[in-house]
Write a protein that binds this ligand. Sequence first.
Ligand SMILES: [Zn+2]
Length: 130
Amino acid sequence: MNRVIHRRNSEAGERARQRQEREDQASRLSDEVPSLRTLRLAIRFERGEGSVESEHTRIVVVSRAPALFHVPCSDPHCRDGGHDLTGTIMAHLRARHGTFEGSASCHGGVGAASQPCSRVLRFEAAATYA
Ligand SMILES: [Zn+2]
C-alpha cells in the first residue's frame, strides 16, 4: 500500500517537473504577441452531458507567462490527460480578438482499464491589446 502511494506521488512529481520544463522552454507570451496587455480566462470543466463540474477564472500574467496553455485534467484518476488550448488561444491572440471562446476534450484514460476520459474544458477569454 505504501509503495503504491509513493509511486503515485513520484509520478505526480514527475508530471509537474515535465510541465515546468515545457513552460520554461516555451516562448514567452509577450514575445509571441507583443501587443497583448491583459488576458483573462474563465475555465469550466464539464463531464458527459454538459453537467458543470467546476469553474474558475485565471488571470494570465502577460509579462511573464509562457505561450503555452495546457490545463491538467480535473479528474485525479485520469492518466496522461489534460486539455491543450495553446493552438486555439494563440490563433485568437495573434488575430487580436478581444473576446473568444473554445473547448478541448481530455485525451487521457481513467482507471486501470484506461477508459477514455470524458472531461470537456470550455473557456471564455477576454483580452486587451496595446
Ligand atoms: Zn482526463
